[in-house]
Design a protein around this ligand. Structure first.
Ligand SMILES: [Ca+2]
Length: 446
């Protein structure tokens, strides 16, 4: 700004030219006297002053014009310089700005792209969120329905449980009452049973008395026939009023001696006269003809009543035969023959049967007609061999047949694969030895 200072120095003094004109005088005179003198001189020269003033004005004007021109030039140059500098700066700034703008634009573009991508992914996420929201809502609905259902079920179960508890309690009380009643009944039954036993005993005693009476009467020939008719067999004793199974005495027609027999008053209506019983192997059934003819064993247990008695009994009237069987597994079966008759000793106690029925096989294990009785000492079978010796006991062997209830008694766990045991083919096969058997007769049609 040196030019500025230069320009200013001159402009401040306004009348610099006047000062320059006085400078020459200042060199000769004292400054403190010069100024009032000059003014006074000027005031004393009124005629010269206008011309001088014009001159000064002319000189000053041209000088001013030059100074002004110079100043304008200087200022213009300075301004130009400044302008150029500014232009340069502006250009640089503009370039920088352009660069920055380009960068900003790039950046903006990138950011826009990112924004777009973000927006897209946000949209996608929003959609997913919406879908998940729907799904969640649906699941909540379902969950709620399930909860309701579970609650309903729980309620129902609780009600059922309560009902069951009530029922259980009721049953328990009922059981308690029934147990009490049962105990009372048992006591009553025991009392009744002892009464019944007493009654049975009395009945038997009465029967014995009657039989004694009958025997007394029988001593008179005229009364013999009547007495025999009364107690011919167990069916007649039952008809007389006895309904308890046990040993009774009968008088069979054509037999001189009375015979004790075991009567079954219960099975299938009762009135049965037992002719055979096996139950524990306590009696030996390996006997001869004579023994089988007369009978043997214990009437209350195992026994064979005797072929002769049976022949006499079944010759007087039509009789039925019932065979009862029991195996080692606790199964029971029976075979019943509507008509049963045994021939005389002269006819070798030939068997005659008809009208088979029962549960011990669909057909009879005894040959119905024409089979004679055989024992180890009387071979009357239809075999060239001796069935009674091979198979043991006395029986109506054919050749050698499908049954033998008088075979050897085999105890438990030894009953299998025994050909000489107690057999009934159509019940348990050809080699199974049975646990218990009974054969009994009663008049046909009862
Ligand atoms: Ca033979």
């Amino acid at each position: 700004m040196a030019s500025g200072w230069h320009f200013e120095g001159r402009s401040v003094v306004g009348g610099g030219a006047v000062q320059s004109a006085h400078d020459s005088r200042r060199t000769n005179r004292s400054p403190c006297t010069w100024a009032p003198d000059a003014v006074g001189a000027l005031n004393t020269l009124p005629t010269v002053s206008p011309q001088l003033e014009r001159y000064i004005q002319m000189n000053l004007r041209s000088e001013l014009a030059q100074v002004q021109q110079h100043m304008v030039q200087n200022q213009t140059a300075t301004m130009l310089e400044l302008g150029t500098s500014l232009l340069n700066q502006t250009t640089a700034q503009t370039r920088k700005l352009t660069d920055v703008e380009a960068q900003v634009l790039n950046q903006t573009s990138r950011m826009e792209i990112q924004l777009l991508e973000t927006s897209l992914s946000t949209n996608k996420l929003e959609k997913q969120l919406l879908l998940q929201g729907h799904e969640l809502h649906r699941l909540q609905g379902r969950n709620s329905a399930l909860e309701t259902r579970v609650q309903a079920l729980e309620t129902q179960q609780q009600a059922e449980l309560a009902s069951l508890r009530g029922e259980k309690e009721r049953l328990r009380r009922l059981l308690g009452r029934q147990s009490g009643a049962l105990a009372g009944l048992e006591r009553s039954l025991r009392a009744a049973s002892s009464n019944s036993s007493l009654l049975q005993r009395q009945q038997r005693e009465l029967l014995e008395s009657v039989q004694r009476l009958v025997r007394v009467v029988a001593q008179e020939p005229a009364s013999v026939r009547a007495a025999e008719q009364v107690f011919q067999d167990c069916a007649e004793i039952q008809r007389f009023g006895a309904n308890v199974s046990g040993i009774y005495t009968i008088h069979v027609a054509n037999m001189t001696e009375p015979r004790k027999v075991f009567c079954d008053m219960e099975a299938n209506g009762g009135g049965w006269t037992l002719i055979q019983r096996r139950e524990n192997g306590s009696v030996n059934f390996q006997r001869n003809w004579r023994d089988y003819k007369q009978g043997f064993g214990d009437l209350a247990g195992e026994h064979w009543l005797g072929n002769e008695v049976v022949h006499q009994l079944t010759s007087r009237a039509a009789y039925s035969l019932r065979v009862e069987l029991q195996d080692w597994e606790g199964n029971e079966a029976y075979a019943q023959y509507e008509h049963f008759q045994l021939g005389s000793e002269g006819q070798l106690y030939r068997l005659s049967l008809s009208g088979y029925s029962g549960s011990a096989g669909r057909q009879s294990s005894l040959v119905l007609q024409g089979t004679n009785f055989s024992t180890r000492d009387a071979d009357n079978d239809n075999c060239l061999c001796k069935c009674a010796q091979m198979l043991s006991g006395g029986w109506w062997f054919d050749a050698c047949g499908l049954s033998n209830l008088n075979g050897i008694y085999y105890p438990a766990r030894h009953h299998a694969r025994k050909l000489n045991g107690i057999r009934w083919h159509y019940f348990q096969g050809p080699s199974y030895s049975l646990r218990a058997t009974r054969m009994m007769v009663r008049p046909m049609g009862i």
